[in-house]
Design a protein. Sequence first.
Length: 283
Amino acid sequence: MDNTISPYPLRIITLPIDASKLKLQSLRIRHVGHLPGRIMYREDAKFESFAIVYIAGGKGTYRVNDGPVQKVESGSLFFFRPNQVYQYGPDPGGYWDEYYFTVEGSRVEEWQNSWLTEIDQVKQVGYEDTTQLNRIERIFMGMESGIPSNIDRAALLVESLLFEFIQRAEATTETTKTQQFINLIDELSHSLYQPFDAQSIAKRHHISLSTLRRIVSEYSGYPLNTYMHRMKMAEAKNVLLNTTMSVKEIAASLGYNDVFYFSRIFKKYVGVSPLIFRNTMHT
């Protein structure tokens, strides 16, 4: 036990046989480890092999080279790659429960060239559950057995576990994006009768203006300004049909000080001028 890493017993297994005895040469496990209650923070760490790290509990930070410091929480997944420099570990005075799998072989490169994207980003994959723990335990047991076929099976289990983790991360990201879009659209909808200030809206949602534009474009199919014009014109149609407000009054209420500009925008998206729309729909 190394008390500088954790006050609890560590479980670290190195490949117990010569790698040439393995049938699965495209994906080999070199090391697996479980560091419960890890307290050690590492600076300027470098690794010779690719490693998968899953944090089952606790929290801390992770940084790749000169990139941003990223938060690590329970259910986080991140990676180590050769020829990179890492700063990582639990928060001062805190801990995290860490599982890691060091792997090598051509399959690792295949992962990175296909479904394992944004490799330097911490991914949220969910809390440990019985199925995950059973799979992880089978990986450890396969390595401990020293039997080549069991170690090959363990390598395939690592790949299966990682693929499931990535699917979870993508689902979590998509759910987060959807909720973020809903929140943004709610605010945009409530700002139709206020001066439109995209920068302020982005700031309130803790995103950049470019991110605001990208989110609206991804989920609506329209650029931000076009989307706002369309929403305002939809509201203008409603007001034209249900009130006696003049076109000039409607334009001003929706933030268009130039009634002629408003009329051009209305005709562009509706197909006819505001007055023709009102008269046609009322006949």
